[in-house]
Design a protein around this ligand. Structure first.
Ligand code: ARG
Length: 588
């Protein structure tokens, strides 16, 4: 379906052409003076030079031609030559009716859908999730849903960090604590126990202990590196222990991501490409891409146009061990082989920007991807506390994601039960749903690349640019519709009517912008555009609500038109929050 603004521009272009001017001058934009008009066209200003005419003369000619327009209610030529536009109520209503009848409210579907692999989440096995992991999960989940809504295919892959030194560290610490475990007996040939010799809480304690020991004690680190080596070379007992670590850890991760309403299509990890690395390395050597530099195997990736230094991409360390780069390149190779995607998108902290630049260049140069395969890194900023420094617990420690979610849930529960008699169980449930909107909207409403301040008071507020405000608006609409139903009013089959008031028209105009907004959100992988849109839409709705006595209206036809408008507003808001990755409760 054509976009609303494009239809208006087309009408304006015709008027320019009919007046003898270049029709390209007729481009219409949203008004930057909403007090004066709804839309504007500055084409007469641009045409003045071309036609050696005062802009106001051009504007007046064009306005004259719009007299009988089906689109414009008014076209005003104002000095020095602006065209201030208002559209007809009937034109907006017709557009909204079409939107209502079209799939996805008139968002055009691609002729040939792309296949996109989205690499997000990226947690490291056995390390607890902290607030930094929140962004990759929350933004990634939304981008995945945007891609699907836009009609493309997407595979979300968690890309677990499950193969590096951290695994060797855990194994080493376990060996020190429980040296008699079967896994460490090289002579043992039988089966290993089904159950892990540790719990998730032990695991989460073991890793930091081992990590700090290795920093102080070089011999300990040496042993951890050896354990990593043995694991990667398939020593049976080590592999069996590793299986346990993955199992226990993944079960915990799944629980955590589920509480965030985040889910992955693939649970692959760095370990999955272990076996294809030697073949990839041989290929890079044979084709002459990789060479030895100071003992390490590297591929040059600098380009003549570089303004900053882009160091070579290291493929193997001098001891032959693979690196983060190596697994990422091998993963690209495998993804091409298995799925042949049109695009791969990676979501990480923006401090990995240069790293991905190197990896992408290397993948292109070594032809692991097709020339037309798009590789995109979306780097996000840091989550800070109110003091502007990375978010910490009150005691100054790293904030665990679970603790953070609990804090917001509790705060939300407090707000919901404040001064009210509510069922305990229902209030807990509602608090959870609303808290998730607070966390996600708080993150997603910022442009991803920017740092933001995690402000619990602000995020959980029912007023202002917040998730709870959006949910509150949706719940308000639902409750009006319920009241009308209780009165015996018809809700299904209601038909939109022309707007009666400015507030109603303003709401309709907001709705009309949906498909253009969603297309941009897809093209720019930008969930914050959806947040900005629903904030404006919710504001427009609330203004209409405060000015209109909907439930008490006696004119049934009028009331039915409003019901239709409420339904459409609700559906669009709910579609948007679903794409953002959260939902609204029935009541709150
Ligand atoms: N595990 C990594 C980290 O914690 C993030 C992984 C991102 N994805 C990737 N393909 N490198 O930094």
């Amino acid at each position: 379906m054509k976009k609303f603004l494009d239809l208006i521009s087309e009408e304006m272009k015709q008027a320019f052409e009919a007046s003898g001017y270049d029709k390209e001058l007729g481009k219409v934009t949203l008004s930057n003076r909403p007090d004066l008009c709804e839309y504007q066209c500055n084409g007469a200003m641009a045409g003045a030079k071309l036609y050696k005419k005062a802009p106001i003369m051009i504007a007046t000619d064009v306005a004259e031609k719009c007299k009988d327009s089906k689109v414009f209610l008014s076209v005003e030529a104002v000095p020095p030559g602006f065209l201030n536009l208002k559209v007809k109520e009937s034109f907006v209503t017709d557009y909204l009716i079409q939107m209502h009848n079209a799939p996805k409210f008139g968002l055009d579907m691609p002729k040939k859908p792309s296949l996109i692999i989205l690499d997000y989440g990226g947690p490291n096995v056995a390390k607890p999730l902290h607030v930094g992991h929140l962004r990759s999960a929350v933004i990634g989940e939304s981008i995945k849903r945007i891609i699907r809504y836009a009609g493309h295919n997407v595979i979300g892959d968690i890309h677990l960090g499950d193969w590096g030194l951290q695994m060797g560290l855990i194994i080493t610490e376990l060996k020190d604590r429980q040296p008699d475990l079967l896994y460490f007996n090289d002579d043992y040939q039988g089966d290993y126990p089904k159950d892990a010799p540790f719990t998730i809480s032990e695991l989460e304690e073991i890793y930091p202990t081992a990590s700090s020991k290795s920093k102080e004690d070089p011999a300990y680190k040496e042993r951890a590196m050896e354990a990593t080596f043995k694991l990667q070379n398939g020593v049976r007992g080590y592999r069996a222990l590793w299986d346990h670590i993955i199992h226990v850890s993944v079960a915990d991760l799944k629980r955590n991501y589920q509480s965030l309403n985040v889910d992955f299509d693939l649970w692959k990890g760095e370990s999955d490409v272990h076996d294809v690395i030697p073949g990839m390395v041989d290929y890079m050597k044979k084709e002459g891409y990789a060479y030895i530099s100071e003992g390490a195997l590297v591929v040059d990736v600098k380009e003549e146009t570089d303004t900053k230094e882009v160091p070579p991409c290291m493929i193997l360390k001098s001891d032959g061990a693979s690196l983060y780069n190596t697994t990422d390149l091998a993963t690209i190779m495998e993804r091409m082989r298995e799925h042949h995607p049109d695009r791969m998108i990676y979501l990480t902290d923006k401090r990995q920007e240069l790293y991905f630049e190197q990896v992408f260049r290397c993948a292109r140069k070594t032809k692991l991807v097709e020339p037309e395969t798009e590789l995109l890194h979306i780097g996000f900023g840091t989550v800070n506390g109110k003091d502007g420094k990375p978010f910490k617990t009150r005691e100054g420690g790293v904030m665990r994601l679970e603790a953070l979610i609990k804090e917001i849930n509790d705060e939300m529960y407090r707000k919901i039960t404040d001064n009210r008699q509510v069922d305990e169980e229902e209030a807990r449930q509602t608090a959870k749903v609303v808290a998730l909107s607070a966390i996600k909207y708080g993150d997603l409403s910022n442009q991803a690349s920017k740092d933001y301040i995690f402000d619990i008071d602000k995020f959980t507020s029912f007023e202002g640019d917040t998730g709870p405000y959006i949910l509150y608006t949706i719940v308000r609409i639902k409750s009006i519709l319920n009241k009308i139903k209780e009165q015996g009013g018809a809700v299904e089959g209601a038909v939109l009517r022309q707007a009666d008031s400015d507030a109603e028209k303003a709401l309709m105009l907001e709705i009309a912008g949906f498909n253009a907004m969603m297309e941009t959100a897809y093209q720019e992988s930008a969930p914050h555009k959806i947040c900005a849109y629903i904030y404006e839409l919710a504001n427009a709705f609330n203004r209409f609500y405060h000015e209109t006595k909907i439930v008490a209206e006696e004119n049934e036809e009028k009331k039915s038109g409003w019901v239709a408008l409420l339904l459409l507003t609700r559906d669009i808001l709910e579609t948007c929050i679903d794409v953002l990755g959260f939902a609204a409760p029935e009541r709150m």
